[in-house]
Design a protein around this ligand. Structure first.
Ligand SMILES: CC(C)(COP(=O)(O)OP(=O)(O)OC[C@H]1O[C@@H](n2cnc3c(N)ncnc32)[C@H](O)[C@@H]1OP(=O)(O)O)[C@@H](O)C(=O)NCCC(=O)NCCS
Length: 191
């Protein structure tokens, strides 16, 4: 299936068991990551298919999560949500990892408020840009005036997509050992 539908009709929804078959189909079309810290949500397809309810329960857990960085610093994310982007037919398009804590050194200095992944076979067709706009609606609702985003220095698609939605570079660092990244601030458009 190709990316033919209107991007304007995308929605961000909580992951659900009903959407798991489409998620699995997207994973089979190419490598995919939720871009969540510590990689949660990216279990093997076989694990997802064996017990979708258990997988969704883990993915939608919104209580505190401990994050251990590659250089062994430990942080707790207290407010975190995963949302799946779906098209009008309920086809899985991508996912966002929303890190909603304020004044959090891991978020503010390096990882940013958002991890964004578009299914591999639909990348570079404008879906990432559209999903960014839906993400801004969520942060506007929470009264964030700006958010942080980051991209590995080698990730041209991510850098370009952040620049395209108004990101300006505020730092470049590798303080937690994930790899050298550009850190951006993006003003959240008012609704
Ligand atoms: C990064 C990502 C989310 C961007 O989403 P996307 O749907 O592919 O991007 P879009 O089609 O909306 O394009 C946004 C801009 O990036 C550019 N772009 C997209 N893929 C690109 C690539 N591989 N190389 C260079 N530029 C690229 C587009 O040309 C566009 O810029 P333009 O309008 O000036 O031409 C997506 O590629 C992805 O999921 N990558 C893997 C996961 C990842 O690295 N996530 C980011 C870390 S948080």
């Amino acid at each position: 299936m190709g990316p033919t539908r209107s991007k304007l009709d995308l929605k961000l929804v909580p992951p659900s068991v009903a959407l798991v078959p489409s998620y699995i189909e997207a994973r089979q079309a190419g490598p995919f990551s939720h871009m969540a810290l510590n990689g949660f949500g990216d279990e093997a397809i076989q694990t997802v298919a064996a017990d979708p309810a258990r997988y969704i329960q883990g993915l939608t857990y919104e209580g505190p999560r401990e994050i251990v960085t590659p250089n062994r610093q430990v942080f707790v994310l207290r407010r975190h949500s995963i949302r799946w982007a779906i098209d009008p037919a309920g086809v899985f398009v991508g996912a966002v990892s929303l890190r909603l804590d304020r004044d959090h050194p891991l978020i503010d200095l390096y990882c940013g408020n958002v991890g964004l992944g578009v299914r591999r076979d639909w990348q570079n067709h404008g879906y990432g840009t559209m999903i960014w706009r839906l993400v801004f609606d969520i942060f506007a609702e929470l009264d964030f005036k700006s958010i942080i985003a980051s991209a590995n220095v080698d990730n041209l698609a991510s850098i370009r997509s952040i620049e395209k939605v108004g990101g300006t570079i505020i730092d470049r660092n590798d303080i937690y050992g994930y790899g050298e990244a550009l850190v951006f601030r993006i003003a959240v458009p008012s609704r």
